[in-house]
Design a protein around this ligand. Structure first.
Ligand SMILES: *Cc1c(COP(=O)(O)O)cnc(C)c1O
Length: 252
């Protein structure tokens, strides 16, 4: 990397390069969203882009915010907590999208606005208690397993409740003080066509809205499958790699 003396430090150097890189990623993702909405006959206003910043530093979150991103996603509490604290001055909505242990519920409730990964009754209870303690309202999505295992009634390897368990979980979230039922979330099964899986998610979401009409969020679609997710009615996309580049290691 070369340092030039003829421009102010803030406009040059690694930070400016990183900013340009992220701006390029963001423009490309926004173009993909626009094209997918056009071919699905949907309005771009229906889509919320969540930048998944796991493994990337708080400085990247700051650059994203400077580029107009308002929604940020993280998947591990021990990484998310300090990052959210670091960025507390920014007008951001924090989404927790990873598997969540019950004993981390209170910590996550301290900074997260939306929890996408609610998949069992014990976690609903823990989040409700945490929300009551912190005095904050947590919007919760029921994570739905779209694996073949999920169809057979087993817990899928990517997490999530089997579709048959979703209505009861939705009712519990809706009834819990401090929690607000937002809708559903899913991760497409590995190595399979995402379209039929996202269609199953859309059905589960429609069923949920019959009893909970305000639960309109369908969180689906990542860097590799956001077009298919938009075609199947996703409202929230969780995009990491396409915005920020490759992660060094995926820690689960
Ligand atoms: C990492 C992650 C994403 C983003 O994945 P990319 O393929 O990098 O866009 C989305 N959702 C969840 C739950 C994740 O853990």
């Amino acid at each position: 990397m070369t340092d030039r003396d003829d421009t102010p430090a803030v406009a040059d150097g690694p930070a400016a390069e990183r900013r340009a890189e992220i701006a390029e990623g963001l423009a490309a993702v926004r173009a993909r969203i626009a094209a997918a909405c056009a071919s699905a006959g949907r309005s771009e206003d229906e889509i919320t882009l969540i930048a998944v910043t796991k493994t990337f530093p708080a400085s990247d979150v700051r650059l994203l915010a400077g580029l107009g991103v308002t929604e940020v996603g993280e998947n591990r509490d021990q990484e998310a907590r300090p990052k959210a604290a670091d960025c507390a001055d920014l007008p951001l909505t924090w989404h927790f999208v990873g598997r969540l242990q019950t004993n981390k519920a209170r910590a996550v409730a301290g900074y997260a606005d939306v929890v996408h990964s609610v998949d069992r009754a014990r976690l609903v209870a823990a989040l409700a208690e945490a929300a009551a303690r912190t005095g904050r309202t947590l919007r919760c999505l029921v994570q739905v397993s779209l694996d073949e295992a999920g169809k057979k009634g087993e817990v899928g390897e990517r997490g999530g409740a089997v579709p048959a368990d979703v209505p009861a979980l939705a009712d519990e979230i809706a009834a819990a003080p401090g929690l607000e039922l937002g809708g559903v979330m899913a991760v497409a099964p590995l190595g399979a066509d995402p379209l039929p899986a996202f269609d199953r998610l859309a059905e589960t979401a429609a069923r949920m809205r019959r009893n909970h009409p305000d639960a309109r969020i369908v969180s689906a679609g990542m860097s590799g499958d956001l077009e298919q997710a938009i075609a199947c009615g996703a409202t929230h996309l969780r995009v990491g790699t396409a915005l920020l580049g490759g992660r060094r290691a995926i820690v689960r």
